[in-house]
Design a protein around this ligand. Structure first.
Ligand code: F6R
Length: 600
């Protein structure tokens, strides 16, 4: 949520900042801006709207001899997305500029204190107090002033700051990431490593409570108490093709089509013959209950995980919204294992839930995509998804990888607890990339269905058992990117209420693989057909019953029930994508949303 970029070194600073902001635009796109030090002064250009609007504004500006600068792309929390509320924010005397991600919870108190001291504010944001605080504490050393400022702040922050007379960028973070990249005679700063790909593969991740001075050839990192920290330089394993569209119209479509590869990356080295190898740092023999915490799409994979784990190891699993878990004083005991699922590893609700679970003494493992993210650093162990950067706000490849990671976890736990290997499942897992390829080969069929249905105002998605969460995920994908109202429901629950919605022409998507519940789901199809609904059926093989009731059929390969969600969700991702694209909306950057929700 929101993106920060920074650059110090030779070359066109403004150009680098804008390029970086474009890479970060998926984190927020309400407003954007940059501040550079040029000719001993701070020069700021910012505006409401997206980066292309900022670029237009920049056409008329020249930054002479700029050597460093910071930039920001915003997802509004406090204050509307106007020019004034866009970052960077400057202090009264325009000597300091800051870009901030996160929320300053005590900003009202700080703002009043600063106004009493004569500070005049230019925006409605919480972030602006940081610029004024730094100015208040500044006595010739930006690093010390930032350290004093962040000690006064309550809440989450990633801050990049500059002072007109200093040749460095000072960054600090707590519960919101900052990564520093090492270039040749230049240094880079970003809130997300994806923005640095192609510029450097040597990075340092700042930890909570650390502050760093970034000069053009070195960094100095210390804790807030002044103690120096020796940071380990890490390798950034991503290439330009991971963060560019590569010929696809949108990142979402590219990421849907990347799923055969993302799934095989996850499996590689982890499925060997008839066993699964993971390094979890947790003794699974003593686990008597599992609690999975996650948000949004990751929460849907968590519900699928409940079916998988309970089925394979017969240990009870609870699934909680991370945003609820922390505040309901959950009962956690010695035999409990908590699994946190998060693509970004930076979701504030999930981080909060992980910390609450750890505080209560639970062992916590993470299923995370972004390497080095906060959750990945705070858990006892876990599984990296290796899905590569997911740029589109709507999650697709991370979802299928999360489900596969849960399958691998359950099979591994089964082994660890002395259970027999499930060879059929293991074979299907190895064959998954091929099966997903076959589903993707039918994308054109889904596109044609989308053409017929794109003007509908409501959709219902129905599935049963392990495919009920797939219905939830299909509905979420459609509503978040096309703004069409969609609901997911367990098919058996339809008769208890939602059937009242059905009338002529109402589209109902059924996820109906050939499993033990197939006949019941076909009966549900008949019930809605009797009310003249439009039936779209995702099925394994066409039979006479389905042919008679379904208006549209999408055939997918048959698998064991525990593997089926990974296959069945793909046509639903495609359906949402094509409908949204036909509506002409910004598929990768749906309104009001941002990738990685770093506020509670
Ligand atoms: C939907 C979507 C969101 C995220 C949710 C959690 O397509 O992407 O619902 O799944 O915000 O994000 P992570 O997985 O990063 O914790």
């Amino acid at each position: 949520m929101c993106g920060i970029i920074g650059y110090i070194g030779e070359g066109d600073v403004a150009e680098f900042l804008v390029k970086g902001l474009k890479r970060l635009e998926y984190r927020g796109y309400d407003s954007a801006g940059i501040s550079l030090i040029a000719g001993g002064l701070i020069s700021t250009v910012k505006c409401g709207g997206n980066i292309s609007k900022l670029e237009k504004k920049l056409e008329k500006v020249e930054f002479k001899d700029a050597k460093l600068g910071i930039g920001h792309t915003r997802w509004a929390t406090h204050g509307e997305p106007t020019d004034e509320n866009a970052h960077p924010h400057t202090s009264c005397k325009d000597e300091i500029a800051i870009a901030h991600n996160g929320i300053i919870e005590n900003y009202k108190t700080l703002k009043k204190m600063l106004m009493d001291k004569g500070h005049a504010f230019k925006s409605d944001t919480d972030s602006e107090v940081i610029a004024h605080l730094i100015e208040e504490f500044y006595d010739g050393d930006l690093e010390s002033a930032v350290a004093r400022a962040v000690k006064s702040i309550e809440g989450a922050y990633a801050i990049a700051s500059i002072h007109k007379s200093e040749d460095r960028i000072v960054v600090a973070c707590k519960s919101s990431p900052i990564v520093i990249g090492f270039g040749d005679g230049a240094m880079f700063i970003a809130s997300d490593a994806a923005a640095l790909v192609g510029n450097t593969n040597k990075v340092v991740y700042l930890s909570d409570g650390e502050i760093a001075s970034v000069m053009c050839d070195r960094i100095h990192v210390r804790k807030l108490n002044g103690e120096s920290v020796n940071k380990q330089v890490k390798r950034l394993d991503a290439s330009l093709s991971d963060v560019e569209k590569g010929g696809f119209k949108h990142f979402m479509l590219k990421e849907i089509f990347e799923q055969p590869e993302s799934l095989s990356n996850l499996i590689r080295g982890r499925v060997r013959g008839n066993s699964v190898k993971l390094t979890l740092n947790v003794n699974l023999n003593s686990v008597s209950r599992i609690i999975i915490i996650a948000c949004g799409t990751s929460w849907h994979s968590a519900i699928i995980g409940k079916y998988i784990i309970e089925n394979l190891i017969r240990v009870p699993v609870e699934v909680d919204y991370a945003s609820e878990f922390k505040y309901r004083n959950p009962i956690i005991g010695r035999g409990d294992l908590v699994i946190a699922i998060s693509q970004s590893g930076e979701t504030a609700d999930t981080i909060g839930a992980v910390r609450a679970a750890k505080q209560k003494g639970a062992r916590v493992i993470g299923i995370v995509n972004v390497v080095g993210s906060t959750i990945s650093r705070e858990v006892d162990g876990g599984i990296y998804l290796r899905a590569g950067p997911e740029i589109s706000v709507a999650s697709t490849k991370a979802f299928t990888s999360q489900v596969l990671a849960l399958l691998l976890f359950a099979l591994y736990a089964r082994q660890a607890r002395g259970g027999v290997a499930d060879n059929q499942l293991l074979n299907e897992i190895t064959d998954l990339p091929n099966m997903v390829d076959r589903v993707l080969d039918n994308a054109k069929i889904v596109e044609r269905i989308a053409e017929d249905l794109a003007q509908k105002r409501n959709f219902l998605y129905l599935g049963r058992g392990i495919n009920y969460p797939v219905a939830l995920e299909g509905a979420l994908k459609l509503k978040e990117i096309s703004y069409i109202h969609a609901e997911g429901y367990p098919a058996g629950e339809m008769k208890h209420g939602p059937i009242a919605l059905i009338d002529e022409g109402f589209p109902v998507v059924f996820i109906s693989p050939k499993d033990g519940l197939y006949d019941k789901v076909v009966s549900n199809m008949e019930e809605v057909k009797a009310r003249k609904a439009i039936v779209i059926a995702v099925i394994n093989e066409i039979d006479e019953n389905v042919r008679q009731v379904a208006d549209y059929i999408i055939e997918v390969p048959k698998t064991s029930p525990l593997v089926s969600p990974i296959i069945n969700v793909i046509p639903l991702q495609l359906l949402a994508y094509y409908i949204a694209d036909l509506k002409g909306v910004d598929v990768d950057r749906p309104r009001n949303l941002a990738k990685s929700v770093t506020v509670e």
